[in-house]
Write a protein that binds this ligand. Structure first.
Ligand SMILES: [Zn+2]
Ligand SMILES: [Zn+2]
Length: 357
């Protein structure tokens, strides 16, 4: 049996890089030789979790439990094509949506497979992409344009989240938008809001580390350490307050500050993943007919993210703050994010250790 290297999640803070058997392409699937993978907030949550990785009861869709290979953000080259797959060939440069869905429920049948009733994710509920090879459903693939380097394409998954969330809110064109949390999801929201021609975009974070990046991307920046965020929004918006706020942290404090800065009729988009269940005062919403939205991954938006990179609209280079290999993933990637999470936007894994193409 051909063995390949992969990062396998065994338990809380226990990810082991070891030899595993190489996947083969089942019907409707392809195997991708992974070039780059990205460490997602989800992977960091699972590293210190589990949050969603099934440990006792098998997952409702995949029937799998840990140990599992983690990772769902990746790009690479197709190395094997399963029966029944059309339009994809060995050698194609691809990235993929890591959503796993049943294909039968009402959500799946309407194309909204990201809210499937049996929803799962690659690298959480099935072997994922922090590996030399990953098996993925052909229907979830996206072709990487020739002019887009692999190293850029690996960032499209988190950017797609911002595009999807913005669509769910009915767009933010001409609106005053606040984004709390300048991590990769917040930056993705910023890029999506900018593309949608928001009137103004204010990003709120802790410390000044992200100011330059946010300003270079066309946003304004406010450091939470220097004052009250709702007062800052009042000044920035000339008293109007925010039409829309994106919560991109997953904390009670971030959620509260989003609610405090919304104008009547304003929209709150919750994108953060909460390790502790938050409290929401519904009267704050009802009194001003404020609206609450949530967003779960994305469907076709990776294509839009790729198109925008191809069009030169997004320079993803500055978003990559560290590059590791499979061998250094735990020490210099996952543990580094525990130690110095605020310093990083996106840590990527050079799986083949070939360097940039
Ligand atoms: Zn992700
Ligand atoms: Zn379904």
């Amino acid at each position: 049996m051909f063995s390949v290297k992969a990062a396998v999640w065994y338990g809380h803070r226990d990810v082991r890089v070891e030899e595993t058997s190489r996947p083969s392409a089942s019907p409707g699937h392809v195997v991708v030789e992974v070039r780059y993978a990205g460490i997602c907030g989800t992977d960091r949550h699972e590293y210190v979790g589990p949050v969603f990785i099934p440990t006792a009861r098998p997952h409702r869709l995949t029937g799998k439990t840990a140990p599992l290979i983690i990772g769902h953000e990746f790009c690479g080259v197709i190395s094997e094509v399963g029966d029944g797959v059309t339009g994809w060939h060995t050698g194609d440069r691809v990235t993929a949506n890591g959503t796993l869905s049943c294909g039968k429920c009402e959500a799946c049948l309407s194309g909204r497979y990201n809210v499937c009733e049996k929803l799962g994710f690659l690298g959480v509920n099935l072997n994922g992409a922090f590996a030399e090879y990953v098996e993925v459903e052909a229907a979830r693939l996206f072709r990487i344009p020739d002019s887009v380097p692999m190293r850029d394409a690996v960032l499209t998954e988190p950017l797609a989240c911002g595009i999807h969330a913005t669509k769910l809110m009915g767009g933010v064109g001409g609106q005053d938008v606040v984004i709390v949390g300048p991590g990769i999801i917040g930056i993705g929201a910023l890029l999506a809001a900018r593309h949608d021609e928001a009137r103004g975009i204010l990003v709120i974070g802790v410390g000044d580390l992200r100011r330059e990046l946010v300003e270079s991307l066309g946003g304004s920046y406010f450091d939470l350490g220097v004052g009250d965020p709702s007062q800052a929004v009042r000044e920035w918006s000339h008293g109007r307050m925010a039409d829309a706020a994106y919560e991109c942290v997953g904390s009670q404090a971030a959620l509260d500050s989003c609610v405090s800065m919304l104008k009547p009729g304003g929209k709150l988009m919750v994108m953060g993943v909460f390790e502790h269940p938050p409290t929401l005062r519904m009267n704050d919403f009802q009194e001003g007919e404020r609206r609450l939205f949530t967003s779960q991954a994305h469907t076709s938006e990776i294509q839009e993210a790729l198109d925008r990179i191809e069009a030169g609209e997004i320079d993803v280079g500055p978003l990559i703050t560290r590059e590791v290999t499979l061998d250094t993933l735990v020490k210099d990637g996952l543990e580094e994010l525990m130690r110095n999470g605020e310093r990083h936007i996106k840590v990527i894994i050079d799986i083949q250790e070939k360097g940039a193409d």
